[in-house]
Structures are given as C-alpha cells and as structure tokens.
Write a protein that binds this ligand. Structure first.
Ligand SMILES: *Cc1c(COP(=O)(O)O)cnc(C)c1O
Length: 381
C-alpha cells in the first residue's frame, strides 16, 4: 500500500548518499565538488550521478526538486531561485520564439508580467482569456499554440480550475498544460495526476511555509523537466543550497500546516459569511469538508471603513505575500493586482473593499475574534 501523504512528506523524500549518517540532510554549502582523478571527473559527464558545480546541480536543490515531484505524483522535478524563475524555465521548456501560449486572464501579477513583457520580447506570443469557457478556449488555439497555462486555485478570488477538462482539451490538440499549484499545494490537489505536463510552485509560499525563503520548484514529465533544468542551469536561475535546505526543512510539516491552516480558513470563512460587515466571502466551500486551501478573500460591505479595518487588525499584519504560519492580510488592488489596467481590475472584481486573508496556525477562535473585532471597530454610519 502506498504511504499516506502525511507519511510520504517525511519518509519518501530524496536521500543523498552520505558517508556520515546524519539524521538531517547536511547543507552542502559549496560552489563546486572535488574529484580524485580524471576517471572520476569523466564519470560526471557520463552521467554517473556525481556533482560538479552547484549552479549545475547540488544535493540540497536536488532533494527539494525530487521531494516535491514525489508529493505531486510526478516523475521528476527541479528547484529554481524563485517561483517566477521556475515558471520561466517551465515555459521555455515548451515554447520558443514564434510559438503561442494561451494563459488564464486571472493569473498572479508577477506571472502576467513575465509572460506579457519578458517572454513577449523573446518572441513568445500569448493570448490571455478566461478558462471558464472551454469552448472559447478551444476557439483561441492557433497552429503555433504550444501551451495552456493556468493556476489550480486563482489569486485572489479562489476560482478552482477544471483541470481534467483543460488537460483533455490540451491532449486533443497536442498541447502541453502547465499549472501553478502554489495555493492548493499537493496536500489538496495534484494537477499532474489530472493530466498536467508541468506543475509549478512558488515554494516561497506553502512549500517553504515560514516566510523566510524565496524559492521555486517545477515538476512534471521527465523530458520537459530535463529541458527546464537546462534553462535553470544556463540562465543561472539555480537555488542556493542553504535556501533549498531551509525549504526542504519547511516542507516536512506541509501536511500539518495545511490541515490546520485550511481548517482554520474554513471556520473563518463560515464565520465571516454571516457577518454584516462582509458583502461576500470567496472560498471554495464545496471542495472539501475540512476546508480547501488556507486563503480566504472577503469583500467588505459599505458599513465598514476599509482603511480603518486594516488599522484595527491587532496581531494580523499587512503583508504583500501569503502562506506563512502566521495569519496575515493583503490588499490585492494596491499590491499584487496594482499593475492590471483599471478595466481588468473592475472586470475581475478586484476592488478597494477586497481583502485577501492568508490564514495561519493560531487558534481558530482567536483568528475569528480578531477579524470580528476589526469589523466592529471600523463600522461607519
Ligand atoms: C508568489 C507567487 C508566484 C511567484 O513566486 P516567487 O517565489 O515570488 O517568484 C507565482 N505564483 C503564485 C500563485 C504566487 O503566489
């Protein structure tokens, strides 16, 4: 019987061959590796699994890439210096100058910039459209389309992607599918098992989980991961050994964190649903009894002064990121979605009243109380 997620996340992970049997993986904080003779050096180039130079490969970055691959049910993985560089490596493994991509129109802002500016300048053209209408999606496929790019759970409105049908459509047209699984994590959803070819994480978020590293991981089909690894190596987008080590350390508690944080998020979403200071709660209520993800987005009602609300949150800090163990809030309109044209902000529903909550591991009663009192403190006539 296959080990359950909680077990796999601890025991199934990549272990490097160690002469000294330390319980924790040592940090291979080295830029390069030594060789006893030219035969051993030649062995590296023959693929005998040695390490040469840390930009090309390092046991700590390998540990992280393989571990996330295992949890996602994918055959291979590679770590990168950030979520964005992992996304870049993944896209460049599939598309080159002259090719076309179709991407969801509600992507993370940084990804939108990468695709719409940097990759466009490199000659990769992209159509941004809603993925909710699959017929419209299919109508936008062109002769040079190579990739469908989306997120399993979107930011900040938490739309859950219909991954099975998107993957089916891609198969029909021989396109690759790449999914950003940062918000859901493999604890809740494994896009590779739904037919995605590449799955990417900003490991800065839940994979690391402690707000102390910037890192990315790309997992998926072996041939595509080998191409992406070459991009990471040649573009110098490798993750440092220490950052990889910290991220792997955080990953060990992913199941515990997601279980607690998602459970707390569900309770907060339920409580705020019946609060008259809140017009709308965005949360994938239907996806799981114990909660589905640890992000809750709310639209404050006209009864609440938004600026005062942000000032009244006590120990809940305003932070333009998410997924740490502490509960935090962000203001999408003025941070992550600031660069979107006003019309797009309006169309997506990114308004001044929108608050994204990243729910942490504190006691759920305290979290709920903190938000309820902030609403009471910021009520206006
Ligand atoms: C943060 C984030 C990214 C970018 O990751 P970095 O580690 O900041 O480069 C990409 N996608 C999503 C969904 C994110 O939340």
């Amino acid at each position: 019987m296959a080990a359950k997620f909680e077990t796999e996340v601890l025991h199934g992970l990549h272990k490097s061959k160690q002469a000294i049997k330390s319980k924790a993986t040592p940090i291979y904080q080295t830029s390069a590796f030594t060789f006893n003779d030219l035969d051993e050096l030649e062995g590296f180039y023959q693929g005998e699994g040695n390490y040469l130079y840390s930009r090309v490969g390092n046991p700590n970055t390998d540990e992280l890439g393989s571990s996330v691959a295992l949890l996602e049910g994918a055959p291979a993985g590679v770590a990168a210096s950030s979520g964005l560089s992992a996304i870049m490596a993944g896209i460049l493994a599939v598309a080159k100058s002259g090719d076309h991509i179709i991407a969801a129109d509600d992507l993370y802002g940084g990804t939108f910039h990468l695709i719409n500016h940097e990759l466009r300048e490199l000659g990769i053209d992209t159509t941004f459209i809603s993925f909710t209408d699959l017929e419209n999606l299919e109508n936008n496929i062109k002769g040079n389309t190579k990739l469908l790019y989306t997120e399993s759970v979107t930011n900040p409105l938490l739309r859950v992607e219909d991954l099975k049908n998107v993957a089916e459509l891609a198969k029909k047209h021989q396109l690759a599918v790449m999914v950003d699984n940062t918000f859901a994590t493999p604890y809740h959803c494994k896009p590779y098992t739904f037919g995605a070819d590449l799955v990417v994480h900003s490991a800065t978020k839940y994979i690391g989980g402690h707000s102390d590293v910037t890192a990315g991981v790309l997992v998926g089909r072996e041939d595509l991961i080998e191409k992406a690894r070459a991009k990471v190596v040649n573009l110098g987008a490798n993750l440092s050994p220490f950052e990889a080590w910290l991220t792997s350390r955080g990953l060990k508690t992913l199941a515990l964190r997601m279980k607690t944080q998602s459970g707390n998020a569900r309770k907060l979403a339920d409580a705020l649903s019946s609060n008259d200071g809140v017009d709308k709660v965005y949360y994938p209520f239907d996806e799981g009894e114990e909660g589905f993800g640890a992000i809750v987005t709310i639209k404050l009602s006209k009864k609440v002064n938004v600026d005062q609300f942000f000032r009244s949150l006590g120990w809940v800090k305003i932070v333009p990121t998410l997924a740490g163990v502490e509960t935090t809030v962000s203001h999408p309109l003025k941070t992550s979605h600031r660069a979107l044209p006003p019309a797009a902000q309006q169309e997506l529903g990114i308004t001044y009243e929108l608050v994204r909550i990243s729910v942490g591991i504190e006691h759920s009663d305290d979290i709920v109380e903190q938000f309820e009192q902030a609403i009471v403190s910021s009520k206006q006539e």
